[in-house]
Design a protein around this ligand. Structure first.
Ligand code: PMP
Length: 354
């Protein structure tokens, strides 16, 4: 603590991201990135933009990108807000829709940024335990005081919540905003985006970091009715009206255009996830049913921490959370088939030594 810190700085318990070791040869299965390169058309669009326009400020309203995202979702640009990664869109959403006196609800095993933002912005929260099978208990989110936020599929558990349950949560919070963080939705059976036509309180947040393979570009966006989107815009304009830089805008527009490319790599990741799921089970792991680009797994006779440490020694990074109830789980991002074969090879060596 420092005497110079504001109360917000004192309250804050900063988020600790997964390790970003970029040594050559490391197999990175720890931060849910996409193992495939972005579309070549995206790289080309960024290069062209870099060569021609970097002396000019970007568009503060980012109309071109918002229009492309809107078209792709059968919406208008008034339904779309863009930000510097969905983490920033989430921060703006906490500021725009959640209030200091009213407790919001989110699952207690969930994306660890939610409590960080709640503390930072002084928003009280109730974290709701997941069921024994790690599903989200929808009823426990009814009639919240201050609003609701959860990822779908949930992270780090990978478990998906059906649309009917989401509708019930939205119906039971008519005067609160219900935010669905769909970072991993392209690996799942369906988005809740259609709800925004019927529910003025539903905000969907998506990202280009996962299925579009652009974690390094930092582009996320929110979809919702125009009233919610204008609330986000008020907050953004008070911070940094040029949230997205020219390279990010050019790349993201092209990423929407290149949808065939992304449908293809997403299908590959889902296929790799399915065989990796059965390979894990063959080795005695309990694996939660995944609709994301990662697996969440535990082994009855093998501590998660040891597994994490030993794999790291073998040059493979996975994620281990030292948190109650999931201290014995590991989260493994789905890599390419080759990376997953190397992972299983290393895993077999480790398991056979115990
Ligand atoms: N939501 C969830 C549930 C996530 O796991 C992540 C990525 N760690 C994000 C949002 C943020 O993604 P980004 O800022 O890269 O868009």
């Amino acid at each position: 603590m420092s005497r110079f810190w504001s109360q917000a700085a004192q309250r804050c318990e900063p988020y600790v991201p997964g390790e970003q070791l970029n040594q050559p040869g490391i197999i990175k299965l720890n931060t849910n990135e996409n193992p495939y390169s972005p579309s070549p058309a995206v790289v080309e669009a960024i290069e062209t933009e870099a060569a021609n326009q970097l002396n000019l400020y970007p568009s503060p309203t980012v109309d071109q990108l918002r229009e492309r995202i809107a078209d792709a979702n059968e919406l208008t640009k008034e339904n779309v807000f863009v930000g510097n990664g969905s983490d920033e869109v989430l921060a703006f959403s906490f500021m725009a829709f959640f209030d200091q006196g009213k407790a919001i609800r989110f699952p207690d095993i969930s994306y660890s940024f939610y409590p960080v933002y709640a503390r930072l912005f002084n928003i009280p929260f109730k974290s709701i335990p997941l069921r024994d099978d790690f599903t989200i208990p929808a009823e426990a989110f009814f009639q919240s005081d201050g609003g609701v936020i959860f990822p779908n599929p949930n992270a780090p558990t990978s478990v998906y919540l059906e649309l009917e349950a989401i509708k019930n949560i939205a119906n039971q919070n008519p005067d609160q905003v219900v935010i669905i963080d769909e970072a991993y939705i392209d690996f799942a059976s369906g988005s809740a985006v259609s709800l925004i036509h019927d529910y003025e309180n539903v905000l969907i947040i998506q990202t280009m970091s996962k299925s579009r393979s652009l974690a390094g570009l930092r582009v996320g966006y929110a979809l919702g009715n125009a009233e919610l989107i204008s609330g986000l815009t008020r907050i953004k304009d008070s911070f940094n009206s040029y949230t997205l830089d020219r390279l990010a805008i050019a790349g993201a527009v092209e990423a929407i255009n290149a949808s065939d490319y992304y449908v293809n790599i997403t299908a590959k990741i889902i296929a790799t996830r399915e065989w990796s799921f059965s390979e894990m089970r063959k080795r005695g792991f309990t694996v939660l049913p995944s609709q994301a680009n990662f697996l969440f797994a535990t082994h009855a006779s093998f501590p998660a921490e040891t597994l994490y440490v030993k794999l790291k020694e073998a040059g493979i990074l996975i994620r281990y959370f030292n948190k109650p109830r999931i201290e014995n789980y590991v989260r493994i991002t789905i890599g390419t088939d080759k990376q997953m074969q190397q992972f299983f090879h290393a895993l077999d060596k480790i398991l056979s030594c115990v």
